[in-house]
Design a binder for this molecule. Structure first.
Ligand code: HEC
Length: 123
């Protein structure tokens, strides 16, 4: 019983994206609101927010659907799980820029909503 529970917990931890189906509309509100993402990534996620100019590397243009970090180390960057981990822990945790803060105060559900919104921006 304990082993089954441990396994279930491990799977739930490893696959946060599978645990929550994100809501893009809620993610949109968070992105443009208290999530503060827009200040760097821009109102439409194009990487052109008011705080973007001095940053190098630039905030990612989220409409391109092109991502850098393989945060879960499975060999494929840019999966839902990777984006969730980068948002939660910040890019610096995975060797990227420390200009983007971590968002550990957001719930996994809120982060899944953000990822659903980001996916809706991709062309
Ligand atoms: C202070 C500026 C800033 C804020 C605020 C910010 N970001 Fe970023 N973001 C960046 C920068 C800079 C990068 C590029 C990091 C790099 O390449 O090292 C980035 C990269 C990303 C990436 C790309 C990850 C990858 O694997 O390529 C995603 C997704 C992302 N941000 C989402 C978000 C979300 C969602 C929020 C709000 C919760 C947010 N960011 C808030 C600056 C910011």
């Amino acid at each position: 019983m304990i082993r089954v529970l441990t396994l279930a917990l491990a799977v739930a931890w490893l696959l946060p994206a599978a645990a929550f189906a994100g809501d893009a509309a809620k993610g949109d509100a968070l992105f443009k609101g208290m999530g503060t993402c827009w200040t760097c990534h821009g109102q439409n996620g194009a990487g052109d927010g008011p705080a973007a100019a001095p940053l190098d590397p630039k905030p990612r243009n989220l409409s391109e659907g092109s991502y850098k970090f393989d945060a879960d180390g499975n060999g494929t960057p840019g999966e839902d799980t990777d984006l969730m981990l980068v948002i939660k822990n910040g890019p610096a945790e995975y060797g990227g820029s420390n200009a983007m803060p971590y968002f550990k105060h957001l719930t996994d559900e809120q982060i899944a909503d953000l990822v659903a919104y980001i996916r809706s921006l991709e062309k």
